[in-house]
Design a binder for this molecule. Sequence first.
Ligand code: PEP
Ligand code: MN
Length: 342
Amino acid sequence: MILVLSSETSPADVDQLTDRLEWMGLNVSPQKIENRLCLAVLSGLDEHVHPEHFQQLPHVEDVREFSRPFKLAGTDLHDDRREIQIEDVTIGGNELTVMAGPCSVESEHQIMETARAVADAGAEVLRGGAFKPRTSPYSFQGLGERGLALLHAAGSEHGLKVITEVMGTDQIEKVAEHTDIFQVGARNMQNYNLLRELGKADKPVFLKRGFSNTYRELILASEYILEGGNEDVMLCERGIRTFETYTRNTPDVAAIPTLHELTSLPVIMDPSHGTGIRRMVKPLARAGVAAGADGIMVEVHPDPDRALSDAQQQLSTDEFEALMNELRKVGSAVENPVTERA
Ligand code: PEP
Ligand code: MN
């Protein structure tokens, strides 16, 4: 339920009304629709409460129902596409943001080399895992805090924003010191404790779709973050598990228009984990741009065959530069142009 308030409602009136609704056991969030103040009732409603009850409350001008279970991510409160602003970088809106970098931060030389190359080629955000969620506990687990510091230094040196994965609530504080964007990996998409804590953070969250999760589950996971007050959430399609085993995952290009239809959040495509095969990254990245993705996340390594994780899918720096040129062509053909770095 959304209570649209009259234009004369003062902040003190909103507080009073909020107290009253909370006293009734409702969880409400102040919002705006077309510059009009409103209170979104997120939970606590039961069958005994009817819209007419709300209509009689002071300052309530109109009572609307949510059209979908996606209350904050959906289009009832935001009918336009959201933009996430990180200083001079905008994610969402009418242009395409490219995020690139190694699967894992491995050494100072490796991350600096990659940062230089992806910045020269036109990426705006540097990715790199420091805490790695590996399938086997015996595989390389990332450099941890040292990796965070190296990633941060490489981003600063080359004018790139950085994104890195946070695997648990105990890592949030440390990761926040070094990153511009928190990445939540596919394996943690339904780690609701983590999502709730990130809802209180003051940095954007990049939420990857779980291998076996539906659009509905992904969007509802994003609601956990939004409900905490963090409005800067983007969704990432990174391929799902199907009966097909030739590719590592099945990249679901339809996720892009679907998530755009159901939500106002930026949608990013990850063709690297989506296919797991280097030669397939380019065609799928092109497909993502053509389908209207707000961004592409690609794994890039200066010596991909020797990468300590995901060696088969990382592009070389030259391959990445060629990919950027392709994405510029596709992007301008479909009015989804790659943002040019200032
Ligand atoms: C990653 O992007 O570093 C990663 C581990 O991907 P995913 O969570 O999609 O498997
Ligand atoms: Mn990887």
